[in-house]
Design a binder for this molecule. Structure first.
Ligand code: SAM
Length: 383
């Protein structure tokens, strides 16, 4: 694999199922290449390392940017071992870095489980390095320094470097999350679906640790979501150009726009969650833009009414919990209608069951998965 002028590199960028069109749109905007949409991701070829850096830094809805290293025919399980054994891996392991191999997709009659495929790939890689360095790197499945991904579909093995290393929902903004947080990548997908205007005053009345508003502020200020991350898989590629990486980050920092004062209103009645939000706001230097209220939303009065509400209120998993939450949804509907600017908009992300309790007529509905749970994003025009 090289980046000479005649060579392009194949990427597969993963995301949650259902988010693919939003991801494709983001990719197009960042690198001006139309990707092909697949299940839970998009694929494209790029001409240089710069695109890989930019995609990692700027993508809001993606989980991982995987770069294909090679493919090989795979008729028998031992073919995986052979493919890994015969390659030279030293470039990736100048200091005997720790690594892991993940096998999320194995559809092959020779493998009853994907762990086995990952295991023999690891054996091949370790034996290859041992033959040259007389040492084996260590496997670290929690915090590896390098992460490879393999897929085996029918008789084809594909091997990727995970150029993101840690999932891209980890923005590097906080270490600890809320007990029921929404993933940053999902929050970004919801916000890109709803759309925001430059002069919107955005309120989350059940903000928890504020993921939704933080993502909104990152978008509104044109801040790349990865700007505070410092672990990246592409930095371990033997051909990574570090000067190029500095330039890409500098360009991104220059394009950040200041936020309007008091344009984000965060409300929650749980102070511990708000403390997490305050920490993140400080880290991002967004203090002037945020108003944080430790209150029941029903008691809040606004000096300047919001033009956009976005929220993911609590929803019960058990039947009784859902019953107890129904009045909260009714008051949330009333709150948005009465307290918003005229006109304003609302967007509520919740389960199908709870969505019926809001008491307002949705103008648009979208289905998104939150983990295994099928949820609805409901949009309201409020007059
Ligand atoms: C599902 S969590 C939101 C999680 C948030 N999106 C995040 O990523 O951290 C729902 C939040 O609603 C808050 N909440 C519930 N009832 C409320 C009320 N009446 N007023 C304000 N906040 C409320 C809870 O404290 C909880 O933090």
């Amino acid at each position: 694999m090289s980046f000479s002028s005649s060579t392009t590199v194949k990427l597969f960028i993963t995301c949650s199922p259902g988010v693919e069109p939003l991801l494709a749109n983001e990719v197009k905007q960042i690198v001006n290449i139309e990707p092909e949409i697949a299940y839970a991701g998009v694929s494209l070829t790029v001409p240089s390392f710069e695109e890989i850096m930019k995609l990692n830094l700027y993508l809001r809805t993606a989980s991982r940017v995987l770069m294909q290293l090679f493919d090989a025919p795979c008729r028998y399980p031992q073919d995986v071992y052979k493919a890994f054994r015969k390659r030279h891996w030293t470039g990736y392991f100048p200091h005997l870095e720790s690594f892991m191999i993940d096998a999320p997709l194995v559809q092959h009659r020779g493998f009853t489980n994907s762990l086995y495929a990952a295991q023999i790939a690891k054996d091949g890689l370790c034996d290859s390095l041992k033959a040259i360095l007389d040492q084996r790197p260590s496997v670290d499945t929690k915090n590896p320094q390098i992460r490879f991904v393999i897929t085996i579909i029918d008789d084809l093995l594909e091997v990727f470097l995970d150029t993101s290393l840690d999932s891209l929902h980890k923005r590097g903004i906080r270490l600890k999350g809320h007990e029921a947080p929404i993933r940053e990548t999902l929050a970004a997908a919801l916000l890109l679906t709803v759309g925001m205007k430059e002069d919107d005053i955005i309120c989350d009345p059940c903000c928890g640790s504020g993921t939704m508003l933080l993502e909104a502020a990152l978008i509104q200020s044109n801040t790349p979501p990865g700007i505070l991350r410092n672990r990246w898989g592409f930095l371990k590629h033997p051909k990574c150009d570090y000067k190029m990486w500095t330039r890409v980050q500098d360009e991104a920092k220059k394009a950040i726009r200041p936020l309007k004062n008091d344009s984000f209103i965060a409300i929650d009645n749980d102070r511990d969650s708000l403390d997490l939000l305050k920490e993140a706001v400080k880290k991002l230097k967004f203090e002037e833009a945020f108003t944080i209220k430790a209150q029941n939303f029903q008691e809040v009065e606004f000096s300047t009414p919001p033009t956009l509400f976005v929220t993911n209120p609590p929803y019960g998993v058990r039947l009784q919990e859902s019953e107890d939450l129904r009045p909260l949804y009714r008051s949330l509907g009333e709150f948005m209608k009465l307290k918003g600017a005229h006109p304003s908009r609302g967007a509520i992300f919740t389960t199908y069951d709870m969505s019926k309790e809001i008491g307002l007529k949705a103008t648009k509905r979208h289905v998104f998965k939150n983990g295994q749970l099928e949820c609805r994003l409901l949009e309201y025009d409020l007059y």
